[in-house]
Structure formats: structure tokens, C-alpha cells
Design a protein around this ligand. Sequence first.
Ligand SMILES: Nc1ncnc2c1ncn2[C@@H]1O[C@H](COP(=O)(O)OP(=O)(O)O)[C@@H](O)[C@H]1O
Ligand SMILES: [Mg+2]
Length: 283
Amino acid sequence: MNIEIILNELNITSFLSYENIIGGRDSSVWKVKVSDEDSYALRLIPKHRHQQFKEEKMIIQLAEENGIPVPKVHFVKKIEDYSLMLMDWVAGKTIFNELYEYPENAREIGIQFGKVQAAIHMISLPKTGESGSEEWLSPKTSEENEILDLISTHGSKNENVLLHLDYHPLNVLTDGEKITAVIDWNNASRGDYRFDLARTLSILRIEATKPGTPFENSPSVIEEFEKGWLEGYGEIRKINIEPLSLYNAWAGIRMKRDLSENLLETDRLRIQQWISYWLEKKK
Ligand SMILES: Nc1ncnc2c1ncn2[C@@H]1O[C@H](COP(=O)(O)OP(=O)(O)O)[C@@H](O)[C@H]1O
Ligand SMILES: [Mg+2]
């Protein structure tokens, strides 16, 4: 892809530099520096997914109106073979990097992380009749159908609250004091808050300490972070979190589909063990 042609079409002609950001899994992300202080984040996906960016922009604006720190979105637009989203680049680093640099602060970082997720779950997202906001939760396999049936017979409250569904340390940015932005609202949906908590927990437990990753040999950092996360969450919502077992099983099943294209056998086994553990626990 020729990023200069795209910048030119966007009338961003006086940029200082640009770089491709490694780490984007779902989209291609570029940091475009336009002055010493200001940069944009330019995200690109194939143009047949344009609707996804349009919905994401609406969700980000709803979050912003409700006081959630998010980057300002300037526009989404189709150019050549891409749908692109231009947003402000938020200074700071990912929670992941913060944890890596200051593992001794894991608990405090977790508290901040949990408080913001709780605030997201206090935003109601009324049903509009439009498709889209339930897309990521919609079952696509018989295994997903079964677990969602179990969840609905065991007392899902069918809450209509905003769920991020990819709320993890790479998608939350911090300046070291407070959270400066929640990004990557790609999967955002409406539903019961436990889907979102289970999704975060599954990522922390299955992915964050996986062999070959930075926290492989320091699982206690992630454990402390996890304690802080739930503590911060409870401080804001003042509820007793209801049982998560079935939701955790769902999160594993959903993760399997999400990663299916590039899943190693060892990873598939890890996810499978997680699913079996939570299904067993429920019995
Ligand atoms: N607005 C932004 N401000 C600062 N960093 C960003 C911004 N958008 C993306 N990033 C960086 O790019 C990475 C990938 O972006 P993300 O939107 O999460 O894409 P993906 O869907 O591919 O995960 C993030 O983890 C973050 O480091
Ligand atoms: Mg991301």
C-alpha cells in the first residue's frame, strides 16, 4: 500500500514523518506526525468492511459523550481499496508497556484499568433495530450456540450496556498517572457486562503469560494486575460480580474462532483446557 498516495488524497500534505505501527492485528495502523506536538493515527481495513469503521466511530463518540477517554475521531472514509479512520494519536503508552516498565505498580495500574471498564459498563446502549452492535456476540458455530443457550437459561439479564469486548492491556493507553485512551472499539457490542469481564479475563489468563511472551516468567505481575482490575471495577460499580463460569467458557470458545486462522496447536490446547475447566466448574 502506498501511504503517501492516501495521505495526499486526505489532503495531509505537510506531514513530518510516518511509520507503520507493529502490533495491529486486525487493521493496519500508521502514526503520521504532522507537527512536533501532534500526530494522527491512521487505521486501514479492506473497503468491504467500511460499515465496521462507521459503527466504530459512532461507538467511540458515544463513549466520549459519557466521559470515557478515547481518541478524537476525525472521519472515516473510503479511498482506493481501503476504508480508513483518521484519529488523533494519543500520547502515552499501552498498559502493557507500562506493566513491563513498572511491574511493581501492577496493582495500581490494574485499579485504573478496572475503573474505566466499569464506567463503560454504566453506559446503556439501547436497541435501535440496526444490526451491528451485537455482531461480535452473534454465534457462528454450534459450540457458540450451545454455550449462549446455557447462558440465557442460567440467568443472563440481557442487559443493554456497552461492551468493549477487546479490553486488554494493548488497547488501553496511559500517561503513567491515569488512563488517557481506550482504543480499538472494533468488537464493541451491547449485552450483559459479564461477557466483557470474561473476555478480559480470558485474554489475561490465556494470552498474557503465554510461553514466548514478556510475562511468561513473571506471572505474578499479571496476577497483581488482575486483582487491581477487579478491585477498581468494584469501586466504581459497587456490585458483587455475578458468577462468570459460563461466560468464561464462552470467552474461550469465542477466542478459538477469533484466532482460528493462525492458531498453533499448543495455543488451541491452552484455549481448550480453559473451556473445559470452566464448563467443569459449572457442574
Ligand atoms: N489513537 C491512537 N493513539 C495512540 N496509539 C494508537 C492509537 N491507535 C492505535 N494505536 C497503537 O496501535 C496499536 C494497534 O492499534 P489498534 O487500533 O489496537 O489496532 P488492531 O485492531 O489492529 O489491534 C495499539 O496497540 C496502539 O499501540
Ligand atoms: Mg488492538
